[in-house]
Design a protein around this ligand. Structure first.
Ligand code: SF4
Length: 251
């Protein structure tokens, strides 16, 4: 496992251990507290924390085992889903206490998700069931064609990567959509009903999108921003191609 994946998983494990310590402390007070009301309160709070810790540990074990063995564990599916869909904001806040940049945690989360998708994905997806979802900032800023309403409006002049994504669409028969944000992305996903997604975006949009569509498998590819955020962004086309070929089962 690479360092980036360890950041998200390690921070979450550390946080969980701290919460376990708090739970034990509460139970310790249960025995020392003379008031029955507070004894019951401390015990119940400790129990709640203990159950939360079990859930998170189950999710962590599910993720790590899946990544290592390449299998999914049905018994750990729910805890794994809970970790993927609910705990990123908490890990980001926890990371801030140790001056870990939000983007690093998000990037780590995306890598964990990608490793999970690669480990758990079973069977091939038909080309028409695969969606490449790209951000509007990939379009050249001087281009006037409205590709978010229909990516087919692109004239393929080659000034931006949209032309290359359309070439992939034709080569593999997959769907391609360019979206202006999360709301439109969700609408496109609802409309096209893909079985898998190759998503291109910044760390923030990718990590929130992955949480939104989970358990739909989505491979996240972080865009390149040579001119700053949200402006004339780029993407490594080879990574997109590999993501497509992974889902189509051609690699
Ligand atoms: S490749 Fe398409 S989207 Fe990009 S600048 Fe040319 S016409 Fe516009």
């Amino acid at each position: 496992m690479q360092v980036r994946k360890r950041l998200f998983l390690g921070a979450l494990l550390f946080f969980t251990l701290l919460v376990s310590g708090l739970g034990l402390l509460l139970w310790y007070f249960t025995f020392r507290e003379p008031s029955q009301f507070f004894r019951q309160l401390f015990f119940s709070l400790g129990l709640l924390l203990f159950l939360g810790v079990l859930l998170v540990l189950g999710g962590l074990v599910g993720i790590v085992f899946s990544i290592i063995t390449g299998k999914s564990y049905p018994i750990l599916r729910r805890p794994t889903q809970f970790v993927i869909t609910h705990l990123l904001p908490l890990v980001i806040r926890f990371g801030k206490l140790f001056h870990i940049a939000k983007e690093r945690v998000e990037l780590s989360f995306i890598e964990v998700n990608n490793a999970l998708v690669r480990a758990q994905m079973r069977g091939r997806v038909k080309p028409q069931e695969l969606l490449i979802l790209a951000p509007h900032c990939l379009q050249n800023a001087d281009c006037t064609y409205r590709i978010t309403t229909d990516v087919g409006n692109c004239r393929r002049c080659g000034r931006c990567r949209v032309a290359d994504l359309l070439a992939l669409k034709e080569e593999y028969g997959v769907q391609v959509a360019v979206v202006t944000g999360g709301t439109l992305a969700r609408r496109i996903v609802r409309k096209t009903r893909p079985r898998a997604i190759v998503a291109i975006a910044c760390e923030r949009d990718l990590s929130s999108g992955i949480q939104d569509v989970h358990p739909l498998p989505a491979l996240g590819i972080v865009n390149i921003r040579p001119e700053g955020p949200c402006f004339n962004t780029q993407v490594e086309l080879e990574r997109v191609r590999k993501g497509v070929e992974f889902f189509l089962g051609t690699v």
